[in-house]
Design a protein around this ligand. Structure first.
Ligand code: C2E
Ligand code: MG
Ligand code: MG
Ligand code: MG
Length: 291
């Protein structure tokens, strides 16, 4: 289509918006097809007990490689899936594949599986709970081995069933984690109001821990608060040894990040579980008991 407003400069912005709209439409159609054809993959990132550098868990992270467009970041297609409703099927595929995989890995070692669940998925209410129960039953993964990660945005929408949904998950033995902690706008009181038992410190706080006194104080405050409330803490985005050291020194027990291991396909994760001698897993019960 020919743009006719060239002289006042609008055409430049029109062209960008046009391009964005086109990409969105294209991604929308491609994502729908990828989900229908079960082309999404899952990578697994190790979560470690920091002090002993033992793998105690894995976070399932969805991956999409389109033959034409190449790899597309979840940061781009998850929000898209949330807005066009595809998140429900996507979420179910991730949950069932990851639970089946984690159930298999239990034979090698006790492992916590963390799965991200979008706040949009909670709008389904009872259906989401039924889906989670069904997936756990059919994969034979013990509920105690599953952690569901949600972001603070879940708590902003005030649908009143939320607490009973979360409570019912917690009652069945599933662990609940607040992801990207510290980046949202929620009041801290939700940590008490909802049955969370884990908190994941967002990686933005770790980046300048060495230089930025404010970040340092925030991380220390989060750790103290978590301890007071009996929450386990997982630090995200550990890229260098000194960050791990700082966290251990300040009482953070668990962490994940490129320094310990990037998200990798199932086979590579399994090889890591089998091979790495220093990364031999700690029984989950011990990890919990040593809080
Ligand atoms: P998240 O749940 O906070 O996941 C952690 C993200 O940080 C992942 O990005 C991971 O690759 C990245 N990461 C881990 N360690 C490091 C590190 O040391 N340095 C840096 N720079 N990054 C690190 P990814 O896989 O691109 O996912 C981005 C976000 O997309 C996730 O953030 C999560 O919110 C969402 N997401 C991913 N998979 C799923 C899924 O299956 N369902 C839903 N609803 N959301 C998902
Ligand atoms: Mg997460
Ligand atoms: Mg996170
Ligand atoms: Mg995130």
């Amino acid at each position: 289509r020919v743009k006719e407003r060239g002289r006042n400069g609008f055409s430049f912005y029109d062209a960008i918006i046009d391009q964005m709209a086109r990409r969105r439409l294209k991604l929308d159609a491609k994502l729908r097809a990828a989900i229908e054809q079960a082309q999404l993959e899952i990578h697994y990132q190790p979560i470690l007990a920091l002090e002993h550098q033992q793998i105690i868990g894995a976070e399932a992270l969805v991956r999409w490689h389109d033959p034409e467009l190449g790899p597309i970041s979840p940061a781009e297609f998850i929000p898209l899936a949330e807005s066009n409703g595809l998140i429900h099927r996507l979420g179910e595929q991730v949950l069932s594949t990851a639970c089946r995989q984690a159930a298999e890995w239990q034979a090698l070692c006790p492992l916590q599986l963390s799965v991200n669940v979008s706040s949009v998925q909670f709008h389904q209410g009872e259906r989401l709970l039924a889906e989670i129960r069904r997936v756990l039953a059919s994969s034979a993964l013990p509920p105690q081995c599953l952690t569901i990660e949600v972001t603070e945005s879940l708590l902003l929408g005030n649908h009143k069933d939320l607490n009973s949904q979360l409570q019912s998950l917690a009652d069945s033995g599933i662990s609940l984690a607040i992801d990207d902690f510290g980046t949202g706008y929620s009041a801290l009181s939700y940590l008490q109001a909802f049955p969370f038992d884990k908190l994941k410190i967002d990686r933005s706080f770790l980046r300048h821990l060495d230089r930025n006194q404010a970040d340092k104080s925030l991380v220390q405050a989060i750790l103290a608060m978590a301890q007071a409330l009996g929450l386990q803490v997982v630090a995200e985005g550990i890229e260098e040894a000194w960050q791990g050291e700082f966290l251990i020194q300040h009482g953070c027990q668990f962490g994940q990040g490129f320094y310990y291991g990037r998200p990798v396909p199932a086979e590579a994760f399994e090889a890591m579980l089998r091979d790495a001698p220093r990364l031999s897993p700690l029984p989950v019960a011990d990890a919990v008991a040593s809080r």
